[in-house]
Ligand binder design. Structure first.
Ligand code: SF4
Ligand code: SF4
Length: 377
C-alpha cells in the first residue's frame, strides 16, 4: 500500500489523537509516535490470512470512519497478503506469502481471521497449493493446502500472532455446537507449534476497529522494544479494551437496578430505556468497552440502538451465550422490587459481579473469575 509523507508535527498530532481515540494512556504518545516514525524506514510486514471466516472483521476494520487511524496503520505497515484486499491472485498472491516468510523471518506479524478447522486433514479451509498428487486416472493434480499447514509454516517465523475477532480468538460461531470441522482457536494451534509465541486475541463479532488497531500497535511497540509486554487478561485480550463489564457502564443500568425491564418487543415505550436483561442481554457477563467507546465513530452501540448485548466479545460466545434472545438462566425475578438488594443472591453494590458469577457458576459449573484476575500473560 502506498506510503504517505507527514511532517513530524502532523505525525505527533496523529499519534496523540490515535492514542486518545484508542483509549490508551497519553503517556504512550511519545513512544507511539517514535515507534511509528521508526516503522517508516522499515515497515513491519503483515501477513493476514483467513480461516473459517466471513471476512466480517476485515469489513469492520475497513468500515472504520477513522481514516486517520486506518491510514496511519495501513500506510505504516506493509500488508503483504490479505485475501480480500489484495489485487494479486493465484500463484502470484501465494508467492507473496512465501517470499515474506522466507525473507523476513522473525519480523512479520501474522494476523489470522477465523479459526482453524483440523478435521479431515484440515480440508474444510484451504488456499494455495500444498503439493501435487495423482488422481484415480493417474493425472497429476494440485492438492489444496489447508490453513493448518500454513500455520505450521508461518507461525515459527512470526514476531507475533494477532487472532482477529471472536471466531479466531475463541472459536465463535464456527466452533459452536456442531464441531463437525474440528474448529480450533488460533491460540491453541499456535501453542502446539510454539508455546512461547506471543498471541493477542481481539474479541468481538466483528471486532471493533479500535480493538484491532490498538492490539496491532501494542504488539508492534512491544516488538520494537518501545514498551513492555502487552497488558493482557487471562484470555489474552488487551485490558484496555476488555477490562470493564458492559453492565457496569450501561446507560440502562438504572433501569436494571430499579427493576424496570422490557418484556415485550411490541412494548412501544423506548423512551423509558428499559433494561433488556429479560430479552436476553448478556451485558452482565460481557467484558468490553462498547458503552463508552461505541461503534461507527462513536455513534452508538447495541443497547443504545435498542438491541441486547449478545456477549460477542466473550470466549463463551456463541455456544454458551445462545439463544441470543433468551435471558441468562436461573435468575429469579419473582418478587423483585425496585431496590437492587431485593435480588437476594446479589449483594447490594455488586450487582454486576453477582449476576455474572451466578450465571457462570450455573452455566459452566465453576466459579468464575474476572478476566482481570489471575492467569496474566
Ligand atoms: S442487562 Fe443489559 S440492558 Fe440491562 S443494564 Fe445490563 S447491560 Fe444494560
Ligand atoms: S455490546 Fe455486546 S454484542 Fe454489542 S458489540 Fe459490544 S460485546 Fe458485542
Amino acid at each position: 500500500m502506498p506510503g504517505r509523507t507527514v511532517s513530524r508535527r502532523q505525525f505527533l498530532k496523529h499519534a496523540g489523537a490515535t492514542t486518545a481515540l484508542l483509549g490508551l494512556s497519553e503517556a504512550l504518545v511519545p513512544q507511539l509516535a517514535k515507534a511509528l516514525q521508526e516503522l517508516e524506514s522499515g515497515k513491519p510486514p503483515v501477513i493476514w490470512i483467513q480461516g473459517q471466516s466471513c471476512s466480517g472483521c476485515s469489513v469492520s476494520f475497513l468500515n472504520s470512519n477513522y481514516p486517520m487511524v486506518a491510514g496511519l496503520v495501513l500506510d505504516e505497515l506493509s500488508v503483504r497478503f490479505h485475501p480480500t484486499l489484495m489485487a494479486a491472485s493465484g500463484y502470484k498472491a501465494i508467492e507473496a506469502i512465501e517470499e515474506t516468510a522466507r525473507e523476513l523471518e522473525g519480523r512479520y506479524v501474522l494476523v489470522v481471521e477465523g479459526p482453524v478447522p483440523t478435521k479431515e486433514g484440515g480440508e474444510y479451509c484451504t488456499f494455495g497449493v500444498e503439493k501435487e498428487t495423482r488422481d484415480l486416472m493417474g493425472h497429476t493434480v494440485p492438492k489444496d493446502k489447508p490453513i493448518n499447514e500454513w500455520m505450521k509454516e508461518l507461525v515459527p517465523g512470526a514476531a507475533a500472532v494477532i487472532a482477529q475477532g471472536n471466531c479466531a480468538s475463541f472459536g465463535g460461531i464456527p466452533g459452536a455446537n456442531a464441531g463437525v470441522t474440528g474448529t480450533t482457536p488460533v491460540m491453541d494451534i499456535v501453542a502446539k507449534i510454539d508455546a512461547k509465541k506471543p498471541v493477542i486475541n481481539v474479541g468481538g463479532c466483528p471486532s471493533h476497529p479500535d480493538w484491532f488497531v490498538g492490539s496491532v500497535l501494542d504488539a508492534l511497540m512491544w516488538i520494537k522494544g518501545k514498551k513492555g509486554a502487552p497488558d493482557l487478561d487471562r484470555y489474552k485480550r488487551l485490558r484496555t479494551f476488555f477490562g470493564t463489564l458492559i453492565h457496569e457502564n450501561c446507560e440502562r443500568r438504572a433501569s436494571f437496578d430499579a427493576g424496570l425491564f422490557l418484556e415485550d418487543w411490541n412494548d412501544h415505550s423506548p423512551d423509558m430505556k428499559l433494561c433488556m436483561f429479560k430479552m436476553g442481554c448478556k451485558g452482565p457477563v460481557t467484558y468490553a468497552d462498547c458503552p463508552t467507546r461505541r461503534w461507527n465513530s462513536g455513534t452508538n452501540w447495541c443497547v443504545g440502538a435498542n438491541a441486547p448485548c449478545h456477549g460477542c466479545a466473550e470466549p463463551t460466545f456463541y455456544e454458551k451465550l445462545a439463544p441470543l434472545y433468551e435471558p441468562l438462566p436461573d435468575v429469579n425475578f419473582i418478587g423483585l422490587s425496585p431496590a437492587v438488594d431485593t435480588l437476594g443472591w446479589v449483594a447490594a453494590g455488586a450487582t454486576a459481579v453477582g449476576v455474572g458469577a451466578h450465571y457462570l457458576y450455573k452455566q459452566l459449573g465453576k466459579k468464575p473469575e474476572s478476566p482481570s484476575e489471575g492467569g496474566d500473560e
